[in-house]
Design a binder for this molecule. Structure first.
Ligand code: AMP
Length: 447
């Protein structure tokens, strides 16, 4: 399966981003459209760097325990929902404990460690935060993000990376920054020349630890660790966990919250399950968003032939190569539709449950259940159409709250809570806000 699929689901469209940009213009302190502050300069750059597709959860940033200015800052950047690593790492880090995050590159790690740091640190106490990055590019991106989210505490950041002159970095260090973003070698150069001390570091982040070890940075990391206080909060991120990383984690972290978002379902059986809970009216937009977000082969199961015909027409109208099989299609048409999928003539096949029964559907990359299958057996059977052998596959289910019992039964049977995700531009399902004598009561998640 293409990397686009692994990374994707919330397809970001330029219109949405413009919308976010516009709303930021209505924000406090903005009297005209001219970039006025550092944040205003960086914001468009960060927005441009948001990938076309990114996998997000159905949670809100406000639920993670962040203060309002930080929630506003991420909203201005154009982040609508946290990614999984953000949804899990941010609350844990805000509580002050160590975090071990197993997450792929591009999963949203930068915000996962920058936001808690920006929440906790105050300006003017000397260097308290240290972020070790494997490469200059990653360090630069991290610094840009920090500038934006650190603005409300006036946090200043110095970047210490190799391959550029020392002079400007020394000048930046003289300004007594609050946070350092550094590659390990250059950081040690500065320490050895007496340009900076690390003995008051309170927050340490090791980003892409496996990448750093691949680049041969272990000795430098070890040296840095000897220079910083043992009483500190540490967050370490890695995409893989080979024994040297495990040893480093043991040395670095104290009783960490371990967050593994490299799905076990996928590694163990090659299948990744996803659940999109939406209002009934949003089921169709959700299907269109999923189809648009990915480029691999896709098989969509629907209950009713009227929905199948609608989905087929809509997908074709939106430029997708699609076919359908349902009870109004002749045997010859059904066979042609299946052959076409096998041979790559079309990417998407729409099938009603009944038409799909007992036929030999080829193995494909992404199964979409439009509505929860009626039985656990059916869910498992359909999931079996993807991820054969070494292949990886995704099973997405678009559902409404009415199907929660079926969802629970499936989760019990496969011993996994289906991860709740959101699709681009489609509001995830929330229980409607209820009021008691006009006053809103706390939102509650139904599932
Ligand atoms: P990272 O893994 O932190 O480098 O993030 C990868 C890309 O995803 C960056 O371009 C981010 O701007 C973008 N990104 C991170 N978190 C979110 C989010 N919650 N919503 C949308 N885009 C995001």
């Amino acid at each position: 399966m293409g990397s686009a699929l692994k990374r994707s689901l919330a397809k970001r469209q330029s219109g949405e981003q413009d919308g976010n940009l516009k709303s930021s213009r209505r924000g406090p302190g903005r009297k005209d459209a001219q970039p006025a502050t550092e944040a205003d300069r960086i914001l468009p750059m960060l927005i441009r760097s948001i990938p076309q597709t990114i996998l997000t959860t159905d949670q809100d940033f406000a639920e993670l325990g962040l203060s309002r200015p930080l929630v506003e800052a991420v909203t201005r950047i154009g982040f609508e929902h946290p990614t999984r690593i953000q949804a899990e790492a941010i609350p844990a880090a805000l509580e002050g404990g160590d975090v071990l995050g197993l997450a792929e590159t591009g999963s949203g790690k930068t915000a996962a460690f920058c936001l808690p740091m920006a929440e906790h640190l105050q300006h003017g106490r000397g260097v308290r935060g240290l972020i070790l990055s494997p490469t200059r590019e990653i360090a630069l991106q991290t610094r840009e993000f920090l500038r934006l989210v650190g603005a409300h505490h006036n946090l200043s950041t110095a970047i210490l990376i190799g391959g550029v002159k020392m002079g400007p970095q020394i000048d930046a260090l003289k300004q007594s920054p609050d946070i350092l973003v550094a590659t390990p070698g250059r950081l040690l150069d500065h320490v050895r020349r007496g340009n900076v001390r690390l003995d008051h570091i309170e927050k340490l982040v090791l980003d892409e630890a496996d990448h750093m070890l691949d680049l041969g940075f272990l000795p430098q990391i070890t040296d840095v660790l000897d220079l910083i206080p043992t009483e500190r909060q540490t967050m370490m991120f890695s995409a893989t966990m080979p024994p040297p990383i495990e040893r480093l984690a043991n040395r670095l972290l104290k009783s960490p919250t371990r967050i593994d978002i490299i799905p076990h379902g996928r590694t163990a059986r090659g299948i990744e399950h996803r659940l999109y809970l939406v209002e009934p009216d949003n089921m169709r937009p959700c299907l269109m968003a999923l189809a648009a977000a990915e480029s691999g082969s896709m098989l969509v199961f629907l209950r009713r032939k009227i929905d199948a015909e609608w989905a087929y027409r809509q997908l074709v109208q939106e430029g997708h190569a699609a076919e359908r099989i349902h009870s109004d299609r002749s045997q010859a048409q059904r066979v042609r539709a299946l052959d076409g999928l096998r041979e790559g003539e079309h990417r998407i096949l729409i099938a009603t449950n009944i038409a799909a029964r007992g036929i030999d559907i080829p193995i494909i990359e992404h199964i979409v259940n439009f509505g929860v299958p009626d039985t656990v057996e059916e869910y498992v059977h359909r999931a079996g159409r993807t991820a054969r052998g070494d292949a990886e596959g995704v099973v997405s289910t678009i559902a409404t709250w009415k199907e929660k019992e079926l969802i629970r039964m499936i989760e019990k049977a496969i011993e996994t809570r289906l991860p709740r995700l959101s699709a681009a531009g489609v509001e995830p399902y929330r229980e409607r806000r209820k009021t008691i004598r006009g006053r809103p009561i706390r939102r509650r998640r139904l599932l």
